[in-house]
Write a protein that binds this ligand. Structure first.
Ligand code: ZN
Length: 151
């Protein structure tokens, strides 16, 4: 073998080695992925077991003593979530039923309490976009808002 051929063979060997190595890395990546997807399955089952115990606990059933603390922690968190949700619904804009005076959300069309149809602001408000865009703009839209309203 000439020196040149020798050098070329070395290069070829190196390329092969690198390819084999990256093939192994790829294979390992695949295996790691499989491992983590198997772990996900375990986590899913564990969550299911946990939520089944929590359901039993909430219904007043018997649960193992050692998990009671955790179940009570979930209870406390759920209570906190309820409080936070209440804060959101309290700050929503509201209106009163035109019939019985119950507090309703602005979007309610029927009263949740008496069922009366709401006649005031129940209809969805149309934005005042020009529907005859070609001819109306100069008349009905001021120049400042022209681009927003007329297209
Ligand atoms: Zn009502």
């Amino acid at each position: 073998m000439t020196e040149f051929e020798n050098a070329m063979k070395k290069v070829a060997d190196m390329v092969h080695a690198a390819a084999r190595k990256s093939g192994e890395i790829l294979e390992n990546t695949k295996i790691s992925y499989n491992i983590s997807s198997e772990r996900d399955k375990i986590a899913k089952i564990e969550r299911k077991i946990g939520s089944q115990f929590y359901k039993i606990f909430k219904d007043g059933g018997e649960v193992p003593e050692f998990i009671k603390g955790d179940l009570e922690a979930i209870n406390a968190i759920e209570e906190k979530i309820r409080q936070l949700e209440k804060t959101i619904s309290d700050s929503k804009p509201y209106k009163f039923c035109t019939d019985c005076g119950s507090k309703l959300e602005l979007s309610d069309i029927y009263c949740a309490k008496c069922g009366a149809k709401q006649h005031d602001n129940a209809e969805p408000q149309e934005d005042d976009k020009c529907d005859e865009a070609e001819s109306c703009c100069d008349d009905c839209c001021d120049d400042e808002n022209k681009d927003d309203k007329c297209d």
